[in-house]
Ligand binder design. Structure first.
Ligand code: PLP
Length: 378
């Protein structure tokens, strides 16, 4: 059997399509190259003729898609001589920032909202040695503070307002097209700051580029469009963004003051990529919609029990919304749908255990009790 080259992360993989020069020191943990899993059981249960794929971004090194953007942001911060990075976070950005800063040998400061961050994410930030600043406020308050303090301290912001984040994140669309050999008809994502939905659109648009900037979003490629002139795909997907109904500024038409949802990763009332995301919807002819916490948790559980895929609550918003829109025909039969599962289920074990209907079966350590427990539960 021939040896296979070691995978060394998305910057090396897509070097020609990213703003990286030959002597840039690449900070990588092997991010990207995540599985695109075709759902077998859920479409059958729905009795719908659709192909649904989930892009399992929870399998990135720190357990979320944030690694795609963070490897680029930290690589560029180090290249520019920065010794410290800072971010506001609902959890996953801080986990990724902490890990990549550790890898790079620089300092990470993370601002997190008090009490509203999943335990796994906090554990990561702490373990990787970040300075964890817990604010009495929500993500939006933290984001404003980060922007303000960066004007007064020598720190590089690594939230998705850092343009290198979206450059890294666009590579998820490259991977999907390479595996499907086309773009899906619909690409569904959970939306918080709306950076990721914008990044995917940049990725698809670069792959569709036939030499000229064809759209406004296309110009976001900053001249780094590798496919320029190649037109690898002829059609881009409709982008569909789902929010939690207690945290749905795109549905309300403006910022939401006190966002709340069980899906803490998208508990954001004032999205930083508001305008780009609106452009994405217009250009792709996609739409925003909202899901209740109940729908989100039901989709999370369905994925886990029917497909063996464990994602965190925010991630399941993409499937929850897609299933509704498949059932109501907005996504017609015959479609190919990709749902991004943004983060791993282990990030938030508390919610998982709390919502699980499975009862533990306590017994004495005796053969007949085990046998009865098995036969009684067949
Ligand atoms: C960050 C995050 C999101 C939201 O992504 P945006 O780019 O902010 O829209 C969704 N799900 C998870 C798990 C996240 O960590």
């Amino acid at each position: 059997m021939p040896y296979r080259r070691r995978y060394t992360g998305l910057i090396e993989r897509y070097r020609d399509r990213l703003p990286i020069s030959d002597d840039t020191r690449v900070i990588s943990l092997g991010e990207g190259n995540t599985p695109l899993i075709k759902l077998n059981n859920i479409p059958k249960d729905m009795d719908k003729d659709v192909e649904i794929y989930v892009k399992y971004e929870g399998l990135n090194p720190t357990g979320s898609f944030k690694d795609r953007g963070m490897c680029m942001a930290v690589t560029k911060a180090v290249e520019s001589g920065s010794k410290a990075i800072i971010c506001a976070s609902t959890g996953n950005t801080s986990a990724a920032a902490a890990a990549y800063a550790a890898r790079a040998g620089i300092k990470a400061f993370v601002l997190i909202p008090e009490g509203k961050i999943a335990m796994g994410k906090l554990a990561q930030a702490v373990m990787h040695g970040a300075v964890v600043i817990q604010i009495r406020g929500n993500f939006d308050d933290g984001m404003q503070l980060v922007k303000d303090v960066a004007e007064h301290a020598p720190v590089t912001i690594v939230n998705s307002i850092n343009p290198y984040r979206l450059q890294g994140q666009k590579t998820a669309a490259f991977e999907i097209v390479e595996e499907l050999e086309r773009a899906p008809d619909f690409h569904c994502l959970p939306v918080g700051n709306a950076g990721n939905i914008t990044a995917h659109w940049i990725g698809y648009t670069e792959m569709a580029c036939s030499g000229e900037h064809i759209t406004d979003a296309c110009k976001l490629c900053n001249g780094h469009c590798p496919y320029s002139g190649s037109g690898m795909i002829s059609k881009r997907p409709k982008m569909v963004g789902y929010q939690a109904d207690g945290s749905a500024p795109f549905m309300r038409g403006g910022p939401v003051k006190d966002p709340d949802t069980v899906a803490t990763a998208i508990r954001i009332g004032n999205p930083q990529s508001w305008e780009p995301a609106q452009a994405v919807m217009k250009e792709s002819e996609g739409w925003f919609d909202e899901c209740s916490d109940e729908e989100i948790l039901a989709a999370q559980q369905l994925l886990a029990t029917r497909e063996g895929v464990f994602c965190e609550p925010a991630s399941a918003t993409s499937l929850a919304g897609a299933m509704r829109d498949i059932n109501n025909g907005k996504i017609p039969e015959g479609s190919t749908v990709v749902c991004t599962l943004t983060g791993h289920g282990l990030k938030d074990p508390d919610i998982a255990i709390k919502q699980s209907k499975v009862e533990l079966v306590p017994i004495d350590a005796k053969l007949e009790e085990v046998r009865d427990a098995i036969l009684g539960n067949m």
